[in-house]
Ligand binder design. Structure first.
Ligand code: MN
Length: 501
């Protein structure tokens, strides 16, 4: 399989490579060089399990952080991230040399690393630390992703049981979090790097069966690219970039499991990705493509006007390629085309991290990103949850599938599968939840316990004098937010009851 990321997997990096890239990104080269020298001295004579000098690892992590578009402080912290844990040099010395911010970041990732997997209890503790760290400064978790990706790239050096454990944790915990932060490329990397270690037989099966199929499809896409380039030129629409994009292996595998392992049902095995200069050109391009390529019904998706809750924006269309590309007279070739601007593209690949590229001077704005809302909710929730329930709670709020429903004004609300109108109401506002008494779903009267589906338009009715939520709602609500508010209300009522009584 070709490496379709063309980044993130460079071998034999040197400090010169890092500084060159840092300079290109307008980072503080002096600071980064200082951090490198400090780390190299601290790790002197240490080797990784692979036998390489230890400094190779922090260097790779720092490089990835620059590629992600992060700031100079995070890159410096990336170089220093294993110093307090693995060397005699202390965090205090780092603080003296590099100041509070960098020391804070290093401390954040050190804390995450301290809790090693030793059974479920420690694991949960690890998660708890991670969410608290994320809420304090999301850069800590981005560093953790970079650290994990390089560890996965060099996983071969570890004993098999450890490999499996790290791969499992990456797929089950880190990848979903990356996804929730809108970091599609990081999620794909975490999953694809873990896949062969976690499911070696399935991986081998996939490679053997679909390698040749993939190659055929890639060639076809190249021809289609040449064809579209000509047509766009005729229409005087400049293309910023156009390329085929092979689906990430693990997500292909997941999809195949839903389709009885029938690869002919997967239309985005290789998707065509078209990048143009602005939003109106995106729509114009869609029109041109549909002139030549007949779209499949129900497969045109406008994530520009209705972005996914994790921030993803693009136009998607699945089309029949022009007749000259067809295998024979009966079987047309089908391909998914994704159209987006450069900014949407960076956003889709690197999510929350991409924001540093645009808003370098104002970190607060990044922290205010709505993509972090769910995380703050979790931090609130986890304070009240016992360790033995935390994993279940997280499974509900982070790791399960989501549906998107709409308010009557067209705002998108994200809810877990099987969520009800009560969950919807509480997601919008506590008051709306407390006072809700009825619902219209797609203009039809519904009941408060009905299960919502993606795309539903939901209108909540309230009764101003209503006595508040009913205890029976606890039997059907799906979100922790709704559950917590209902319990809270009932507890308060019971308390005031006692006082009056
Ligand atoms: Mn590390």
């Amino acid at each position: 399989m070709q490496n379709h990321t063309n980044t993130l997997t460079k071998n034999n990096l040197t400090i010169r490579d890092l500084l060159r890239l840092a300079k290109k990104n307008n980072l503080d080269v002096d600071l980064i060089q200082l951090a490198y020298e400090f780390a190299e001295k601290a790790h002197k004579n240490q080797k990784r399990k692979s036998g390489e000098p230890y400094i190779v690892h922090p260097l790779a992590v720092a490089y990835l952080l620059v590629e992600l578009g992060l700031d100079s402080e995070t890159v410096a912290a990336g170089l220093l991230h294993d110093v307090p844990e693995d060397t005699p040099t202390t965090l205090h010395e780092i603080k003296k040399e590099f100041g509070k911010e960098i020391a804070f970041l290093v401390k954040g990732i050190t804390k995450l690393g301290l809790v090693k997997y030793r059974g479920v209890d420690r694991y949960v503790e690890n998660l708890r630390h991670m969410f608290i760290a994320m809420a304090e400064d999301v850069r800590v978790v981005l560093m953790k992703f970079a650290d994990r990706i390089h560890n996965l790239q060099t996983l071969q050096a570890l004993p098999p049981e450890k490999r499996r454990r790290i791969a499992l944790e990456s797929i089950e915990i880190y990848a979903p979090i990356a996804n929730r932060l809108g970091m599609g490329e990081i999620r794909g990397q975490l999953e694809d790097l873990s896949f062969p270690y976690l499911y070696p037989e399935e991986y081998a099966w996939l490679m053997k069966k679909f390698g040749p199929h993939l190659k055929e499809k890639e060639e076809l896409i190249q021809q289609l690219i040449a064809f579209l380039q000509k047509e766009f030129k005729k229409h005087h629409i400049p293309i910023v970039a156009i390329h085929g994009r092979t689906k990430h292996l693990y997500s292909l595998y997941q999809k195949l499991l839903c389709y009885n392992r029938d690869i002919t049902k997967i239309y985005d095995l290789v998707a065509l990705r078209l990048i143009v200069k602005d939003v109106s050109t995106c729509y114009e391009s869609l029109g041109i493509i549909h002139e030549f390529c007949k779209p499949l019904k129900g497969r045109i998706k406008d994530y520009i006007s209705q972005p996914k809750p994790n921030g993803y924006r693009s136009l998607h269309t699945t089309v029949f390629m022009p007749p000259q590309f067809a295998k024979d007279e009966v079987h047309g070739e089908i391909v998914e085309i994704q159209i987006r601007t450069k900014e949407m593209h960076n956003d889709a690949e690197f999510g929350i991290a991409a924001h540093w590229k645009y808003k370098e001077e104002d970190h607060k704005e990044v922290i205010a990103d709505h993509r972090l809302d769910w995380m703050r909710q979790i931090v609130e929730i986890q304070k009240e949850v016992q360790d033995d329930q935390l994993l279940e709670t997280l499974k509900i709020d982070v790791f399960q599938n989501y549906i998107f429903v709409f308010t009557p004004l067209g705002d998108v609300i994200e809810l877990p599968e099987d969520a009800t109108p009560v969950d919807f109401a509480y997601q919008i506002h506590t008051d709306l939840g407390d006072k809700c008494c009825g619902v219209k779903i797609n203009d039809q009267i519904g009941s408060l316990n009905s299960k919502l589906k993606s795309g539903d338009v939901v209108e909540i009715f309230t009764a101003p004098k209503k006595q508040g939520p009913s205890e029976s709602w606890l039997e059907f609500v799906k979100t922790n937010t709704a559950r917590a508010h209902i319990r809270n209300y009932i507890n308060k009522k019971n308390r005031s009851f006692l006082i009056v009584g």
